[in-house]
Ligand binder design. Sequence first.
Ligand code: ZN
Length: 359
Amino acid sequence: MKKTFFACLALAIAASVTAAPAATPAAKQSDDPQKAFSFIKNPDGMIQEQARVVFDQARKVLSAHPPSAKPGAERQLALFALDSLLHDTRLDKGPAFTEFMEDLARRVAVALAAKPGVPLRIIRFYNHGFILQTPSVTLAIDIVRGGKRVITGVDEEPFIDLELMRPIVERCDALFVSHPHNDHADLGLARLFLEAGKPVVASPGLWENVSPLIIRPRSADATAPVDFTLALPSLKKPLVVRAYPGHQGKVPNNLYAITTPEGKTILHSGDQTGGGDDLPWLLKIREQLRVDVFLPQCWMARLPLVVEGVAPALVLPGHENEMGHTIDHRESYWQTMRRVQKLSVPVIITAWGEHVDVR
Ligand SMILES: [Zn+2]
């Protein structure tokens, strides 16, 4: 009995030894990078596949730990993982990043297909782009495909194919653009709105010769806010909007305060710099308007002071990880966390494609 056991063992060892060379073909590099497990002599392939794995895992963790004013350790780590990936210039414009951006467009299109069961849903898009979705209306602010020259449309290099944006545009009723910079204004996208007969509201100096259909509520030298309304087919009463005459440096930058038919007022900062001649009126917004949600750009100078002046019930910062900037000014989520630490108002930091419901 014992002898047979040893014999079997010896046979098994022999079999494993002889089987070893036969196993080599199975370990051969797969042509499909997503099935491969060895990347020797393929460092580019390795870094791209590792990015795919981390992007994917970050998405799963964020889905299990959704936006919160008190994010737990898991959610914070997932946001930091995105910071790391989006500050690694080896990944700029690579396939992992492109797939991540295309997935963003698809996910937002799917999310918009269902009406929210709350008065207001705020969907975060790339950079400082947001989509306000209510049971009666859907409004896009500063949504762009990102990349170079999308503002002019000449030799543009967008991160997202225009066709992937079409289902999003189909589900929006209007587009608001704060100011003429690539990371806020996208001509190809604006044209999709205009072609569909949907209004585009823009700042002075933006696309002046493109279309008479573009609405410009304020002049470049305006110093007082301008109230206006937008008649939209989906609404019985026109939408009520106020455009504040802000600036980024010397460039006119509209801050839109939009009051939804459901009675929520949302203020989007565009790239308001938070200082200069605009500061006095920025600090008095609370006296004129009850703001439910403020969407400031994360690196605004004097952010705590401006938030105090707006006095919103909730702050949702934007503009993290703008991929058109060099990494010193891409602005990470961890930087936003530091900046908002001492705000007395609840703050929710969102990843692209996430949403926050406001009741
Ligand atoms: Zn910007």
